[in-house]
Design a protein around this ligand. Structure first.
Ligand code: DX5
Ligand code: ZN
Length: 216
């Protein structure tokens, strides 16, 4: 469990002082970047320009989560930011095999995110084309929502489905110190946490506590 990675979600940062906020999470492993279009999800976040500013203000590899319809039309824009992971939604991708190949053609790791109602098993035919499975543990669109308990079962299913393949399993939504260890135990190798980290009185200390609970 020691190598579980922590990916603070930029969505929960104070955008009036982005640079300072990113310094507070410099000890994390990745920076989770939520892109919302107001169509696929009922909220709009920010686009490539703000993601580029965040990249310039920290040294963390980007973990970009596209919650947008027609993600193919934005793969080039976000690939230009050279993220470690570029993740699209299963539900927004009628030609998933082609979309994932397009991401990998940029030399990036390709991720697929599943809404809470989407079965993990539906990824079985496409496992060789992906590098990350993102289990949404809330309905995508907003930070600060309550974790959906069935996500534990989906993490276990994902872990079993992946087997020995080098595919990361990420969980996103309602993650905090309280459930971090249990989520890693269920199979998560990347934990996304937005409000828990950025609303902590000391985000740096909060990340350190998360690491401690993960290695206990
Ligand atoms: C939700 C986003 C999440 C969100 C998590 O649609 O995909 O990444 O920022 O926020 P918290 O950790 O506050 O639930
Ligand atoms: Zn996200």
């Amino acid at each position: 469990m020691n190598n579980t990675r922590i990916s603070p979600s930029l969505l929960a940062a104070d955008f009036t002082r982005l640079g300072q906020q990113l310094q507070l999470v410099a000890d994390a492993d990745l920076l989770h970047v939520d892109i919302m279009d107001g169509h696929f999800v009922p909220n709009i976040s920010f686009g490539p320009a703000v993601a580029a500013a965040a990249k310039a203000a920290c040294d963390l590899p980007l973990d970009i989560h596209l919650m947008i319809d027609n993600p193919d039309t934005f793969i080039d824009s976000f690939a230009a930011l050279e993220p470690e992971y570029l993740t699209i939604h299963y539900e927004a991708s009628p030609h998933l095999h082609r979309s994932l190949a397009a991401i990998r053609e940029h030399g990036l790791k390709a991720g697929v995110s599943l809404n809470p109602h989407t079965p993990v098993g539906w990824l079985e035919p496409i496992l060789d084309s992906l590098d990350l499975i993102l289990i949404m543990s809330v309905n995508p669109g907003f930070g600060g929502q309550t974790f959906i308990p069935h996500s534990y079962e989906k993490l276990r299913q994902a872990r079993q489905l992946v087997g020995e393949r080098p595919i990361a399993i990420e969980v996103d939504g309602g993650v905090s110190l309280d459930n971090a260890a249990a989520l890693a135990h269920a199979g998560a190798s990347i934990l996304v946490a937005g409000s828990a980290i950025f609303q902590a009185s000391d985000p740096q200390q909060y990340i350190a506590q998360m690491r401690k609970t993960l290695s206990a």
